[in-house]
Design a protein around this ligand. Sequence first.
Ligand code: FAD
Ligand code: NAP
Length: 327
Amino acid sequence: MLLTSGITQNIWDHEAVEAVVMVYGIIVIENGRMGSFQMIDHVACYIDPCFLWGVIIKGISPLMLNTKLRDVPRPTFIRDFVMEPNFTATLKSTKHLASNIRQLCFVCDDGGLINYIPGQFFKLGFDYQGNYLQRSYSIANCDEDPSDNKELLIAIAAVQEGKASQFFFHADPGCTVDVYGPYGMLLLPDTLPTRLILVATGTGVAPFRSMLPQLAKELVITNTSVHLLFGTRNHQELIYADDFRRFADVHTTFHFKACLSREVAQQSDEIHGHVQDALKLLQPNSATDHLMLCGNPNMVETLFTDLRQQGFGVKQVRQEKYVFAFR
Ligand SMILES: Cc1cc2nc3c(=O)[nH]c(=O)nc-3n(C[C@H](O)[C@H](O)[C@H](O)COP(=O)(O)OP(=O)(O)OC[C@H]3O[C@@H](n4cnc5c(N)ncnc54)[C@H](O)[C@@H]3O)c2cc1C
Ligand SMILES: NC(=O)c1ccc[n+]([C@@H]2O[C@H](COP(=O)([O-])OP(=O)(O)OC[C@H]3O[C@@H](n4cnc5c(N)ncnc54)[C@H](OP(=O)(O)O)[C@@H]3O)[C@@H](O)[C@H]2O)c1
């Protein structure tokens, strides 16, 4: 829209920003205050988790901005922009994957298909204490054919005093939600690189689970080696680890590494530490590797910055941050 010149290459390299610019325009915020449309130099970018809008910011980190913006009213053109849900869905069943992680299974109310590309997420809309809220959740399905699927699986981690956490941890089968999407660009590259490194913390491992059937097909026709580094506090939070370990048993070029930050390692595919520790052991190489990062926004941001400093281009590192929503 307004941004045609003076933008750093970094920003235009970010596919998500391009999408936001095309559809919604960009608002400019300088030092945390809502400003008018204008160009500034040395900009950084921030994208709303729901991809409803994007901002170009200056002098403030994206995470700080996220916190500050919680109290700033959204500009009218964004508040007035009401998106219709793509469908409504009903909770069919629930299951505790860990004491603080609940898996929810939804079905489409009209009995239709729930299509997605592995790695994408849906936004769920629901009423909570008189307010309509929307929260994003990665698709945790592991379907052979994602274009012929009738259920939506999501894994939700309990966040202290979190509104969606309260809602979804107490939701009973029969409860309905609005579903928007699917969205997201954390997708497998069209051509797999020599080495693909998937890095997740917590429920951020869900999109990588949904990629397993696609990876299974790719791994028989390529020489790519795939490493999944999965960081959790303890063993019980290693959700879907059985799936990844089974996959590694069958596909010799797939390697699983659990990174336990608050418990000792118990078997050969585990280490004590963070995902960064496991990544260091792999000695990332910008000439051969492609990385995908998902989960805790601090982890994603730190790793992304480190990898950029090691010579990785923005297109070699795809990322999805599980940032909190504004309200
Ligand atoms: C693309 C995407 C995919 C996601 N996928 C998943 C998923 O698969 N599973 C999953 O569990 N989560 C996922 N999330 C996170 C999820 O959308 C919710 O943010 C999360 O469930 C918390 O929502 P809540 O309503 O419970 O918490 P909220 O009510 O939004 O917040 C909880 C607490 O955190 C505080 N807080 C809010 N924002 C901040 C901030 N920026 N910094 C510090 N404190 C803050 C609040 O004050 C409050 O005390 C995803 C997020 C994104 C953007
Ligand atoms: N600002 C935000 O928006 C924000 C912040 C935190 C979490 N979240 C979200 O809140 C939800 C619940 O989180 P969760 O229960 O899964 O826990 P979590 O806080 O994401 O922790 C999961 C694992 O990630 C590790 N971790 C935390 N920060 C890291 C970093 N900077 N680098 C590397 N590893 C790091 C933790 O290690 P430790 O033992 O060292 O903690 C733990 O092993 C998730 O959706 C999460 O992404 C959002």
